[in-house]
Structures are given as C-alpha cells and as structure tokens.
Write a protein that binds this ligand. Sequence first.
Ligand code: HEM
Length: 424
Amino acid sequence: MSTIPPATCPFTGTTAAPLDAKASTPAASTDTDGREAPVADWVRIEDLRRNPFPIYQRLRAEAPVHWVPAVNRYMVTSYAAAHEIEQDEARFSANERESLMKRAMGHSMLRKDNPEHQIDRDSYGATLRPGTIKKHWNAIFEANNTKYLEELKAKGPGADFVWDYAAPYTGENLRLICGFHNATHQDMQRWSQTLIDGTGNYADDPQVWAKAAASSDEVDTAIDEMLVYLAKNPDHSLLSNLASFPIPLEAIRANLKMTIGGGLNEPRDVLSTTVWALLTHPEQLAAVKTDPALYAKAFEESVRWVAPIGMYPRETTRDLVLEGIRLPAGARLGVVVGAANRDPQVFEDPESFNIFRPKKPHLAFGGGVHFCAGTWIARAQVAQIALPQVFGQLPGLRLDPETPSVDEGWVFRGMTRMPVLWNH
Ligand code: HEM
C-alpha cells in the first residue's frame, strides 16, 4: 500500500484521499437522463503533482466528469462543465459539509453560499477594487517592488527568483493589503503555510494541527490589536474597513485567514511562472520587451496555461445531470480549472503558451459569486508593476542552466525552484 500523503488544495481545502484509501463507489442516481461517471482508477496523486496535464488530456477526451478514487471526488475537467458549476450555486454549493478548511481557518466567505456569502464579501469594501488600486496601492507596490528587486540584485546571479524576490514581494504587498502593521512578511508567509497545512491535515497529525492553531491564535491576536488601532487610524486596508463593518468577529477572522492562505501563493506563482514561460519562449519575450502593453496578455495567458489554483471544491445539492453525467445529491466535486483552461473545445492548441492567442475567457479566477476578489490587485502587482521592472532592471535575465527550475503541484501549481542569472 502506498504511503504517499494526501494532496490538498491549501486555499480551497479540497483534499485527496491517500492512495491506500478504500475507493468509494459513486452513489446511484434517480436521474435517468445521463450516464454513470466513468471511474478513473489509473489517476495517481504523485503523477498529478509532477505533471497533471497529460492526465487532464486523457480525462477530458474520455468524459467531462470522472469518479477519481485517489482524489476521493468527482473530477470535473471540461470547460463547459466547470463553467456550468460556477454559474449555478443552487445546484452546486460551496459550503462543503466536511471541510478541514473550516476547522483550520473558520467558516470564510469561500465556503458560504448566498445570501450569507455576500455579506462577508461586501465587508471587504473598496480595498481590492480597481479605483483604490490606482489611487493607493500601485505606488506602494512599486516601492515594494524596487526594494525586493534590489535585494535580489544584492544577492547576485544564481539567486532564486521565487524565494529571493517573488515570495517576499507578494508577501509584503499582502501584509499591507490586509492591514497587519504589527506583523512582517515573514509572519505572513509562516501563517499562510501553516494554515494551509492545517486545511490539508487529513492524516490528523497533531503537530500540523498545533502549528495551524498557533498561527490561528497569532492571527487572532494581530487582528484584535489592529481593529482597535485602525478604528482610530483608518487606512485603505481590509482590516480598516472591517473595523467599522457590522460583521461578527468570527467571520472577520475566518475571511482574513482565508485571504492570508490564498492571496500570497497565487501572485507569487503567476509571477514566477510568467517569467519562466517568457524566458523559455524568446520570441514572445522579445515582443513584450518591445511593447510593454503585452505584459497584460502574458499574465492572462500564464494563468490560463498554468492555473495557480488548479482545483477547488463544490458539492451537489440534489441529484442532477452535469454535461451528460449523473451525479447524486451530496457528491463531492473537484472543479479542475487547470484542466478546463486547456480544453481544446475552447482553446486552439491549448497546451502551448501563446500570448497572441485569440482572447477567450479562462477560468483561473473562478466565476460566478465566488469570482476572485483579488483579481485586479493580482494583475496590478504582477502584470503592471513587477514584470516590466524585472525585465527592465535585470538585463540578460535567463534561467541558470546548471540548476534546473522546478514546477510542481496540481491543486496549487507553480515554480518551487528557479535560480536565475543576469548581466551585471
Ligand atoms: C493570480 C492570483 C490569484 C488567483 C489565480 C486566484 C484565484 C482564485 C479563485 C479560483 C477563487 C475562487 C475559488 C472558489 O470558487 O472556490 C478565488 C477566490 C478569492 N480570492 Fe483569489 N486568486 C488570486 C489572487 C488573490 C489575491 C491577491 C487576493 C487578496 C488579496 C485574493 C482574494 C480572494 C478572495 C477573498 C476570494 C473569495 C471570493 C468569494 O468567495 O467571494 N485572491 N481566487
């Protein structure tokens, strides 16, 4: 029996069963229109982690939805099926009944359906909206970008693009967006990782719970302190809005923990993946350097090509048929946007990175009522500010041929090692 640990989506809390878990069989449906979901017992977590895309190709070609024993869920891989789920919260609930995310972080907006979800979403106010980004955040992101690019330069060629630049840059941005003036970007990264580990603690490891609980307590204390301070000294942060919003403290805590878990990795990962993609496609790199307006296209193509959040959960509220596949009420689904974004029914030559492809909506930021609240702030910090500066300030930027870069993951996918060289 395999001892490979369960694979978990840190942000969304979806967890795959360990490989030795007994495969459950899909329950029977009373709906007679559709067919049973095929069982994909050949899918292995370790293969998904290394490179999920050939697996997605095979799944999509066979059926839009499969029962996948290794993941202990139905995996939804076609664009049409993923899109249908996102647009219909009456049939597909975000409020999973069994959720380690709720245990680790509390019950955030991401796990609520409307009308409860909308109250929490409204409590985030104008902080993440385009007007505030333009008037307030862009200047802050620019200053942070200069600071962390200088630190990368000081480290010298051979430094790791992810850990010596992208992670501290996006961590510091998120610290200020949230309003944690009493914490550091290192605190943000530690809180993020330990809370994420808690959402994936299917092995019930007491040490993992202890670390998640310690971070959760630290975040609660930091929130309590900042709410008092920001009520008297308001700024543009999330906590500043929340200090005057009539919402229970438990909801504030859960939403902030979810945002710490989800607002740090994704901008870091899309920044690194986009730079990696451009460095390995020199003709497209030459084009963006000539026309910086193309950095926005490079960003969108990057999140389509490698969705930073590859899968998130939903649960059916009734017996139903999804794209011809019968699903019972209470079925646990994994909406695999990482696969839907490469569906050949929608995207021509979908496996290629091509910033010039015809514009079509990808699903990397989700859709419907849970459409990512941080979309605009991610675009600003990565496409608008970081990418032009990275290529402008690091002449001859290239991957270190001696130490290959590594990309990993499927529920969360990004570069985990990326040593770079440049001329200086
Ligand atoms: C490239 C970067 C990002 C990607 C790809 C991304 C992706 C996503 C996705 C797929 C969802 C929906 C998940 C679901 O429906 O279950 C989501 C929700 C959310 N994201 Fe992002 N995200 C990114 C950056 C950010 C940032 C920087 C923030 C905050 C500063 C943020 C805050 C949120 C929030 C608050 C939600 C919950 C929305 C709701 O439930 O109404 N995200 N994100």
